[in-house]
Design a protein. Structure first.
Length: 344
């Protein structure tokens, strides 16, 4: 196999962001076979020995300069994951593979910054998709959206992000015997407020020895609202960013999310690898990723599923190797190589 010089380009790589971590894990796995350079605007993360090319680029400035920089590096191909690098790749003339992790619908994003992000990402995809060798949505759900939104008729292959699963689950350090876990950003469309309300009803039914643990960054304006709901529900523990979440998965009774939109929902997959059932609504990409758990058709079904899993008292951590096989970074790299053909 020929060793190629590959650029993986995305807006940023930051701690605690599922898409960013997935892109980094893909880059690391790909670097075992090829020379890989990360092109980003910003990172606060140890990229594990990968070359990092810092770019100053936005939709308003720097696009052509960044495209020229990449072209001078003579990369064999470029794999892009987020705006504005889709446009940079289109301007560079380098063979371009456009990964699509999606963008939430306009109606669920709040504030001017959220609406601007929606416009920027969708505009960049619309202008750059037709120059890509292949579009790679991370779920079939996103693939259908991509074709409808951008009237795209070109080559497309679904390529889910891989996850670097631990070989062994760590000893749990959670001081609760029965708890529901949520991992992810705390922002309105993720439905953390709905989850807290439903948990409050479950706690009333089952008693004081059940808990809700949430992990992840919280939007500043959303936190007071969640604090008030948590106080009313009782036994709600919002931990913020946690560097290693696997110990929390290991003993959870259930993983739960009330998110209105997900392109793939990495924590749902991580929870199932740890043997934890996932409770979600039957929406967006969830039917593609929920294999152990419940796809709830409504709020009542969600509450009943959550209460049922809390009653069961799981025996302890149990890895599901089928999930590892389906979502490994190595598997993602292998399929990417098949899609790129003689280029990879």
């Amino acid at each position: 196999m020929e060793t190629l010089d590959i650029c993986i380009a995305t807006h940023r790589i930051v701690k605690g962001n599922g898409i960013d971590i997935s892109v980094l894990e893909f880059a690391r796995a790909l670097s075992r076979r090829h020379n890989v350079t990360l092109a980003v605007n910003y990172t606060d993360t140890d990229c594990g020995g990968l070359e990092v090319l810092k770019c100053r680029v936005s939709l308003r400035s720097g696009l052509r300069a960044a495209a020229g920089d990449l072209k001078r590096r003579r990369f064999d191909l470029i794999s892009t994951h987020y705006s504005p690098f889709d446009l940079v790749a289109a301007l560079s003339g380098i063979p371009h593979y456009l990964h699509d992790p999606g963008i939430p619908p306009f109606g669920v994003l709040k504030g001017v910054s959220g609406k601007y992000l929606w416009a920027a990402v969708n505009g960049g995809r619309l202008l750059s998709a037709r120059s890509a060798r292949c579009v790679l949505p991370i779920s079939g759900y996103l693939g259908g959206q991509f074709r409808r939104k951008y009237l795209y008729r070109g080559r497309m292959e679904t390529l889910p992000y891989g996850i670097d699963f631990p070989a062994e689950l760590p000893d749990p350090e959670v001081p609760y015997e029965r708890y529901v876990l949520y991992v992810g950003r705390h922002t309105p469309y993720k439905g953390v407020d709905t989850l807290i309300r439903i948990f409050g009803e479950v706690r009333e039914e089952l008693g004081d020895d059940v808990h809700l643990v949430t992990i992840g960054h919280c939007d500043e304006g959303y936190r007071p609202y969640l604090d008030a709901l948590g106080k009313k529900a009782g036994n709600v523990h919002m931990l913020g960013f946690v560097p290693d979440v696997w110990g929390y998965y290991a003993r959870a009774s259930a993983y739960a999310t009330c998110s209105l939109w997900e392109g793939q929902d990495r924590p749902v997959i991580e929870a199932q690898y740890a043997g934890v059932p996932a409770v979600t609504f039957n929406n967006c990409s969830h039917p593609e990723v929920v294999e152990r758990g419940t796809l709830a058709g409504d709020r009542r079904a969600f509450r009943e599923a959550l209460a049922g899993y809390l009653r069961e008292r799981r025996p302890g951590p149990a890895k599901d190797e089928r999930i590892r096989d389906k979502y490994s970074p190595e598997g993602m790299v292998r399929k990417f190589g098949e899609i790129a053909g003689d280029r990879c």
